[in-house]
Every structure is written in structure tokens, then in C-alpha cells.
Design a binder for this molecule. Structure first.
Ligand SMILES: Cc1cc2nc3c(=O)[nH]c(=O)nc-3n(C[C@H](O)[C@H](O)[C@H](O)COP(=O)(O)OP(=O)(O)OC[C@H]3O[C@@H](n4cnc5c(N)ncnc54)[C@H](O)[C@@H]3O)c2cc1C
Length: 406
């Protein structure tokens, strides 16, 4: 009998397993994948994630030979923001590590911390006793199914969570996804990080990552997906030429694509009820948003930590389990709401009228630009950035006409 069985061993699951195991709880984490392995995802980490990884002693392994970057160029339909956040708890840089490196380091750390990690194990069902989740039914490789019992079942099994389906966790605040992504990895580039949204509901992004490679991605609205796929090479070139004309020649002349193209239509933005009798959801399973703001992994880390605090105290007998899980879910929603709303608003690749003047004025103010990158780094809250008094100051100091800013 385990204290906790965690389904899914990537960033959310391994972070939670690591933290609970270090508190002395008996934890099993299973994943149908084996590690190291890739998953469809980009790699941008907020500095607030780096501080946690450092404190857990896993930062060096989690980033591996990843090239750090200290500058981010963001264009949004003609608005240009160039800079970086002020150092966050000692981090003046950030990283975009490959998931093959990053997830594997967290899996190793969970194991070294005392969690039992089983790879190549698929969860097929959640087991209930009088309405309470009491374990999972698993299949190891091609072997027979058997049951594993635990006081608490946690789904860290991604946006299409099986645990969520089996416990009947309903979605709320659902916003249909607007985009799809195409990306690959290139050698021969010496770029920092770029994130550029053009006028045709399309975008390019590029980051240095591991093994001397850059990830180069393009995103566009879903209605363009069928046509885009018919000529990926040509359409990626066209998007980058329109969104980043000063980069395209370098990509054409010096960039060598080293891997196949990956592509994906984004899942919807949503919250799921993330607590119930004997169960909880963490990471994308409980709260998924468009990758535009690059906060999925950082949020997975932050809210795994939050769940570990509440659940750990309950498992230690300091409070009742289901109440602790409910409190975790309530706090996660409260803390994440602004990020979620902001992400949904800008990921359509056209700026809504209420955000347009704020970002336009930000581009005119070095101080507010730093604040913007502080928000990107996770060190400045959305509430602070968009606080009416702060925006009023911004509009006044930049001379933004009140009619435009209203
Ligand atoms: C194109 C793209 C770009 C992105 N870019 C960024 C970015 O730059 N920065 C960022 O922070 N985030 C980014 N994200 C988001 C990020 O990838 C996710 O938020 C993050 O992976 C969520 O981690 P997770 O551990 O919750 O789930 P996942 O990474 O989805 O892991 C879930 C795990 O559960 C396992 N699993 C599922 N079902 C079962 C089952 N039945 N039995 C056993 N195991 C199971 C899977 O094998 C998987 O390993 C991006 C996402 C996409 C799609």
C-alpha cells in the first residue's frame, strides 16, 4: 500500500513524487513512456522555475548542456519589446532545455529521492471503494493487469488525462485553442530567443537549446493548418520571412535542420476540477493553456510544489486529506487565473483591444519593458503589471493619449 500513486512521470509527476518522497511518504510514480524520451513541447523555462530546480538540487542535470540566454525579442503585430527580466533570485539568464534532458533528470531525481518509479507502465483504470479512489489498475509492458493500492491517486498524465476521465473531473473555463505549431531543431545558428507574432495570425519562435541546436517553430491559426501542412518547409520559410525578416537570410544561409518536423494542433485551454475523494490532478491534467506564454512546465513545477505542501501535511496526519486537496485546487485556481486569462487573450495571435494600448505603451517605457519581462520570468504578477494605477502611470509617462489607452 502506497501513500500516493502518481500517474505520469514528466515535469508535474516527477516534481510531485520527488517532493513527497523527500517528506518521507511512500510514493509510486508510473509512466507508459520510458526515459529519456521526447514529447511534443517547446522548452522555455521561467526563472521562477529555475529557482525551484536549484533549491531541489536538480538544476544542473535538468538543463544539461543547454545554452543560456539573457535576451528575448518579442514582436506582437508591430509592437517591439526587447530585453530581459531583472535577475530573479540570482538568475540573470534562463534556459530552454530539451524534454529528453529535462524530464529524464526529474525522473532520476524522483527515484534518487526515494520514490519508486516504474517506466513502461500504463494505467488503465482508477479503482474505487465506496466512491473513493483507492488505487489504479496497471499493465506493465505487454504483461497482465494488476491493481496497485494507495491512499491518494494523482493524475499527472497530461491534457488528455485518463485519471481525469475515470474520476469524472469536469472541465470549466474552457476556451477553444486557436493555433497549431510546427517545429524542428537547427544547427548553425547563433541567436538568442525570439518570439514574433506577425499580422497574418502567424508567429515564429526560436530558442537556443541543448547540443548546440536551436529550436525553430512557427505557429498559425487553425484555419491555415491544412494548407500549411501541404508544404511545411515552404510555409515555415514564409512565416519566418514575414514575422522576422532580419532572421530569415541567416536561417536560409546558415541553418541546417537536424531533425524531422514535429507538428501539433493545440489542445483547448481549460481548467479541470482537480480534487475529489482520494484523488487530485496536477500539471496539464488539471489546468491546460496555450503554449504561447511558455508557462506550462513552470506552472507544473509550481503547482506540484503547492500540492506537495498540502498533501504532504495531510499524509503526515496534520490535516484531513480531502480538505487539503480541495485547498490545493482552490489556491492553484486563484494563483493561476491571471496567467490563464492573459494567455487565452493573446494566443489568438491578434491583440484584443484592452491589451493593445498597454503593450504599445510598454514598448515606449524601458522601466515597464523590464516589468513586462519580469512577468515573462514569473517574478511580476499579472495583477501588478495590469493594475489600473500602474497602467495610468505608464500612459502618463509615455504620453499615450487617454482616448487610446481607455
Ligand atoms: C508545442 C508545445 C510547446 C510548448 N512550449 C512550452 C514552453 O516553451 N514552456 C513551457 O513551460 N511549457 C510549454 N508547453 C507546455 C508543456 O509541454 C506542458 O505544460 C507540460 O509538458 C505539462 O507537463 P505534465 O507533466 O503535466 O504533462 P505531460 O508532459 O503531458 O506528461 C504526461 C505524462 O503522463 C503519461 N501518461 C499519460 N497517460 C498515461 C497512462 N494512462 N498511464 C501511464 N502514463 C500515462 C505520458 O506518457 C506522459 O509522460 C508546450 C506545449 C506544447 C504542446
Amino acid at each position: 500500500m502506497y501513500d500516493v500513486v502518481v500517474v505520469g512521470a514528466r515535469v508535474a509527476g516527477s516534481s510531485l513524487a520527488l517532493l513527497l518522497a523527500r517528506q518521507g511518504h511512500k510514493v509510486l510514480v508510473v509512466d507508459r513512456a520510458t526515459f529519456p524520451s521526447d514529447t511534443i513541447s517547446s522548452h522555455f523555462l521561467q526563472q521562477t522555475a529555475l529557482t525551484r530546480l536549484r533549491d531541489w538540487g536538480v538544476l544542473e542535470a535538468a538543463v544539461g548542456d543547454c545554452t543560456p540566454f539573457r535576451n528575448l525579442t518579442m514582436h506582437y503585430t508591430g509592437i517591439v519589446l526587447d530585453g530581459f527580466a531583472d535577475p530573479v533570485d540570482g538568475f540573470a539568464e534562463t534556459y530552454a532545455p530539451r524534454r529528453t534532458v529535462f524530464d529524464a533528470a526529474l525522473v532520476d531525481a524522483a527515484r534518487e529521492s526515494g520514490a519508486e518509479v516504474r517506466e513502461g507502465v500504463t494505467v488503465e483504470d482508477v479503482i474505487f471503494d465506496e466512491g473513493r479512489a483507492v488505487g489504479v489498475r496497471i499493465r506493465e509492458g505487454d504483461g497482465p493487469v494488476h491493481d496497485v493500492r494507495a491512499r491518494v491517486v494523482v493524475g499527472a498524465d497530461g491534457a488528455n488525462s485518463l485519471v481525469a476521465e475515470k474520476v469524472g473531473a469536469e472541465k470549466y473555463d474552457v476556451h477553444p485553442a486557436g493555433c497549431f505549431v510546427v517545429y524542428s531543431y537547427f544547427s548553425g545558428l547563433d541567436w538568442s530567443a525570439h518570439h514574433r507574432t506577425g499580422f497574418g495570425r502567424e508567429q515564429m519562435g526560436a530558442w537556443p537549446t541543448n547540443h548546440g541546436l536551436h529550436m525553430v517553430a512557427t505557429m498559425a491559426s487553425r484555419d491555415q493548418m491544412r494548407a500549411y501542412r501541404s508544404d511545411i518547409e515552404g510555409n515555415v520559410d514564409g512565416t519566418i520571412a514575414r514575422c522576422a525578416p532580419e532572421l530569415i537570410e541567416d536561417l536560409r544561409d546558415s541553418g541546417v535542420r537536424e531533425e524531422r518536423w514535429r507538428q501539433m494542433a493545440y489542445p483547448d485551454n481549460f481548467y479541470r476540477r482537480s480534487h475529489g475523494a482520494g484523488w487530485a490532478l496536477v500539471g496539464d491534467a488539471g489546468y491546460h493553456k496555450d503554449p504561447f506564454t511558455g508557462q506550462g512546465m513552470t506552472d507544473a513545477i509550481k503547482y506540484a510544489e503547492l500540492l506537495a505542501e498540502h498533501l504532504g501535511a495531510a499524509l503526515a496526519g496534520e490535516r484531513e486529506v480531502d480538505g487539503a486537496l480541495a485547498e490545493y485546487a482552490r489556491e492553484r485556481d486563484e494563483r493561476s487565473h491571471h496567467t490563464f486569462e492573459f494567455t487565452v487573450a493573446i494566443s489568438e495571435l491578434t491583440l484584443p483591444p484592452n491589451l493593445e494600448p498597454a503593450l504599445r505603451a510598454t514598448a515606449m517605457s524601458p522601466e515597464y519593458t523590464r516589468k513586462f519581462f519580469g512577468m515573462v520570468a514569473g517574478a511580476v504578477s499579472g495583477e501588478d503589471f495590469f493594475a489600473p494605477d500602474n497602467l495610468a502611470w505608464l500612459y502618463e509617462t509615455t504620453g499615450m493619449p487617454s482616448t487610446v489607452a481607455a
